[in-house]
Design a protein around this ligand. Structure first.
Ligand code: URA
Length: 233
């Protein structure tokens, strides 16, 4: 891999910053200064330093974001603000994309990664990845509504929704956990029982809970344990 690509992919420096740094003698590979930004390196084995700081290679990056309302789960859009717009430049160079989609007015846990194969697996219906949502709805939920939502409802697809888990924290509020990820899944499930979602927040994905210290719009990298939960699936 080219040295400047490595520095860009590790979020260390843009290609033009790397060029300047290399010229200024700020980059060394295995202890030797390198002035050529296209110098070939082995990211797994070579030791690269940028102005004296060791640059560690991480093949994949995983971020947890607390998505705010009003931004869309996409990488770019001509008119709307996207979740990628909330990241500093250093992260925007890494080829990250949201793992799954939350509606514009849904908040909460969104994983961003550049591991396409893993994202594909996590989103595949075959893998039954659990997603938990805290909701408020327009009308009180009856016992019968809860039973229906848990057993499966007709949302206009070939089959009823897969079994879900629901717990109420009030007449019109609670948490629902599903293993599918159909378009507008939760909103359509509530419509199927004559109700309407008012607010929706994803509180967990694949067993990883939303970090309660993350303010809306902020993010952090997944811990080693959290990344292993995702990768181990
Ligand atoms: N279900 C929905 O209806 N919307 C979301 O954003 C996520 C799940």
């Amino acid at each position: 891999m080219r040295l400047d690509k490595f520095l860009s992919e590790t979020g260390t420096a843009s290609r033009s910053e790397s060029r300047k740094a290399a010229r200024a003698g700020g980059i060394s590979v295995n202890g030797d200064p390198v002035s050529d930004p296209s110098f070939p390196i082995d990211p797994e084995h070579d030791e690269v330093s940028y102005f004296g700081r060791r640059v560690h290679y991480q093949k994949y990056v995983y971020l947890m974001m607390n998505k705010p309302e009003g931004v869309i789960s996409a990488t770019d859009d001509i008119s709307e603000r996207t979740v990628l717009d909330l990241l500093p430049d250093k992260y925007r160079r890494l080829g990250l994309f949201p793992c799954g989609r939350l509606d514009k007015n849904t908040t909460g846990l969104l994983i961003l990664t550049n591991n396409g194969a893993l994202a594909h697996k996590l989103l595949s219906p075959k893998h039954h990845v659990k997603k938990a949502y805290r909701f408020t709805c327009e009308r009180p939920l009856s016992q019968a509504d809860c039973v229906q939502l848990e057993h499966g409802v007709d949302i206009g697809e070939a089959r009823p929704t897969a079994p879900a888990r629901l717990s109420l924290s009030g007449d019109c509020a609670g948490e629902i956990t599903v293993t599918e990820g159909k378009f507008h899944q939760i909103k359509r499930m509530f419509e199927a029982v004559g109700n309407r979602i008012i607010t929706l927040e994803r509180t967990a994905f694949a067993g990883i809970p939303l970090d309660p210290t993350l303010a809306y719009g902020s993010f952090r990298t997944l811990t080693q344990e959290e990344a292993e939960i995702l990768e181990g699936r």
